[in-house]
Design a protein around this ligand. Sequence first.
Ligand code: FRU
Length: 616
Amino acid sequence: MDKIKTGLTALMTGASLMMASNANCADGVTVDHLGVNNTLVRVDSGRKFLLMPVQESNDDATVNILVDGKLDRTLHVRLAKTKVDYCVPFDMEQYAGHDVVLNIVTSQSRSSVRDAKEDACWSRFALVDTFDTSNREKYRPAFHHTPLYGWMNDPNGMVYKDGIWHLYYQWNPYGSKWQNLSWGHSSSKDLVTWEHHPVAIEPNGLGYVFSGSSVLDPDNTAGFGKDAIISLYTSAAASQIQSLAHSKDNGMTFEIYPGNPVITLESEARDPNMFWNAATGEWNLLLAHALDHEMLIFRSPDLKNWTLNSAFGKGLGAQDGVWECPDLFELTVEGSGEKKWMLICNINPGGPFGGSAAQYFIGDFDGKTFTPDKDADGNVPTKWMDFGKDHYATVSWSDAPDNRRTVIGWMSNWQYAAEVPTMQFRSANTLPREMGLFKASDGQIYVSTVPSPEVDMLRDRLVSRQSKLSVGKNPRKISLPADNDGICEILLDIDSRKGAPVSVMLSNDEGDYVDMVYNPSEGTLTFDRRKSGVTDFSQDFPAVTVAPTFSDDDSTLKLRIFVDRSSIEVFEADGKFAMTNLVFPTVPYNRISFSADGGRADIRNLRIFSIKAVND
Ligand code: FRU
């Protein structure tokens, strides 16, 4: 049925009830302008998607979706005003055979309906059966997890079940800025190639679906069946309350618990992270008491009834921002066999290089209280999981096999996450990483971070190998692989016995470069991205980040560096530090150069692998 109306161009004046319809909209779409900021879009059902045209710089319009005359849901979409940047698909299959009307309230004031009719979006709503998600952008990562389109922040709710790593994440499917928060869902058999699934949990009347966690419940303590995945997340609207949902189809769809909320507090509290405590035979849960800068610790026999036991963290560690996204798990200290608990506390702002970052505490946990270790002076030291600017909301998978503690973090920073020069997608996650503990020479226990072993499978060809390169003042240059825009893994040992600082530089022919300098006498690796390419989208982006090398023998540093199209992750090869930074080179970096200004040094065991692009 062709519903396009023609000829009606009436202006809305005063209390006039006349409608103004658009003449040139797509088949199956009828647009009726009710008023200067209010438009009805009637949509035929029967096709798979309704494309909604977005202009990133515009304000959100409120899109109320009425199905058979009843409000089904409300979305916030930056509908295009002067130009269409891209379209987002809205699932119409769910409404097959029903009457669908979008009651749209645009935020921008118009002086007349004639003005409102000029908006670029109205003629670009379209009904289609396919939506093309193939890569259109040069900065889209080739081997890091990223949504097919739309905005992503925290990874959350991750759980391993029956050989599948489920990764949920904070997702806006209707634009590349933070809005409409839902749990997006990807899954993987190998942690490096991801299958993308429909949205797993969407906002219901209780609010946006903020971060949370998932567990398996093999003893059916919650009563949803022994194969169920149980998730807890924050419903965020006027208040932040904790909601439960469960999945009986291996994490594809979730049923929201009608008894929600299961935890309420008067002040902002979010990101529930729960786990089975085998020592106490109970569930534990950490909740970020965000503005109070503390983590609340609960326990429960059945995942529904939670008792608050203690609060950890007031006055400890970094305190300059809200506390978010906790995690707590036990690890073994390498070498000694000692067991310790690691409490992750993401903080925003207040990170070591500005904006958001992940701090952690090492200590003991008895099921009720977390007691942090102190340093020789009796203070609780502040420790960071990563020494770059782009590592946040890091939490671990529940029920990972072989006693692994595998984590993944959001590879961005709240300072500029919504401004980075991408549009089809906004943000990627770090490579999956394995957590361990080691004791450093200061007597303190620190986290060790190495890429998950599955990451090795991404290697394609060994494109360069040098057993020894002697370097001095003049840079020694080596080409990076040209495949897939130079994505690669670089392994090297820097041997600077005489203590000269050594520069490892990635650069391109446009003059963009990233300079990483190992300074043996200071025991630091710095990463300078001030000239890395496009940096002017935010004054907080140009930066130098610094990692302590934690080395007993400060003459040698072994590194593993992963270069994707818009990120660089640097790992000390034994995991003593990790450093994650975004970069937006105007063209891909095509060479690596080494120099030592102030003495000679050796680069040993250099290997450069090209990498398989798994996302394109
Ligand atoms: C952290 C965070 C969480 C919250 C989520 C909302 O980045 O602020 O505390 O649950 O993002 O998207």
